[in-house]
Design a protein around this ligand. Structure first.
Ligand code: MN
Length: 293
């Protein structure tokens, strides 16, 4: 039995819609009060983030932190256009610096492309650009003790990696030890054949997990087979973070809502949502450790 060894995290957008010092402090305190170990901070708005204040709040509360982000169509390392790639690379380098300043050891997400519907396939040049940029970013990250995650996203949000197998191939091509795979049940539900084989395929290269329902609302209120997924995590003895991710237009700003296609109010009370999610995750981790279905 290896019950409860995973740090359990919650995405900051469950709590607050932006990264002003007050909002970040509120997110940190809410994370702590709801019994989570880790806060995932999206760096989409990192220019307005007071990293010193954020780090202070995290340390004071004893809450861990992981950083995440996606790119944009005009700053996209999977592009064929050098200027667009360069803008994407700059954002990644700046995000790595912020990750370091916050004391985080994980920078993950769609680091390899914009988050949005592509109108054509990824080109060979575009994929080469992803490999080159992420290889050099990973080398820089290694010097700071930071690992990079490749979050596998569905076809409507990227054309670079939609499945675990594609992500493993990309990580192989990048070829750096501090690049791991990040699985998200919401995306897996759209792209994978089941919730077990991808986890087994990724194995010890799994470094981060997002737990989200098929509609990104309350856990257990949708159709995802979480029992299978948590059993697979137990089988590969996954000990990394398990982070709850959920979005509602009640919290998420309009621009980000547009990027994430959050058109509906899935919930109003982030505290109730997070408390129930924590209980749900704990119960599934425990059941999987005991070999229950
Ligand atoms: Mn995710």
């Amino acid at each position: 039995m290896n019950q409860m060894k995973n740090p359990v995290g919650v995405h900051a957008l469950v709590w607050v819609g932006n990264t002003s010092p007050d909002e970040v402090e509120k997110a940190v305190e809410s994370t702590k009060a709801s019994g989570y170990d880790l806060l995932e901070l999206s760096l989409h708005d990192f220019k307005n983030l007071d990293t010193r204040a954020a780090k202070e709040a995290l340390v004071k509360a004893g809450v861990g932190v992981a950083c995440s982000r996606g790119l944009a169509f005009d700053a996209d390392v999977s592009s064929d256009d050098r200027a667009v790639v360069a803008r994407g690379e700059k954002i990644l380098q700046d995000s790595l610096a912020v990750t370091d300043q916050l004391g985080a050891k994980i920078l993950t997400g769609a680091l390899y492309s914009a988050l949005g519907k592509y109108s054509q396939r990824l080109t060979e040049t575009g994929r080469d650009n992803v490999v080159k940029v992420l290889r050099s970013l990973a080398q820089e990250a290694a010097g700071r003790g930071i690992s990079l995650g490749l979050e596998i996203c569905n076809r409507y949000e990227t054309n670079v990696v939609n499945t675990a197998r594609e992500a493993l191939r990309l990580a192989d091509d990048i070829g750096e030890d501090n690049v791991f795979i990040h699985l998200d049940t919401y995306h897996m539900n759209i792209e994978e054949s089941n919730f077990i084989q991808p986890v087994l395929d990724v194995g010890d290269r799994l470094g981060y997990v997002h737990i989200g329902e098929n509609h990104r609302g309350y856990l257990g209120a949708g159709s995802i087979d979480f029992s299978s997924f948590f059993q697979a995590l137990a089988r590969v003895e996954y000990s990394g973070p398990i982070t709850f991710e959920s979005f509602s237009s009640a919290i998420v700003s309009e621009t980000l809502s547009n990027d994430l296609a959050v058109w509906r109010n899935m919930w109003d009370d982030g505290h109730d949502l997070a408390k129930r999610a924590r209980t749900f995750i704990d119960a599934h981790v425990a059941a999987a450790a005991n070999g229950e279905r």
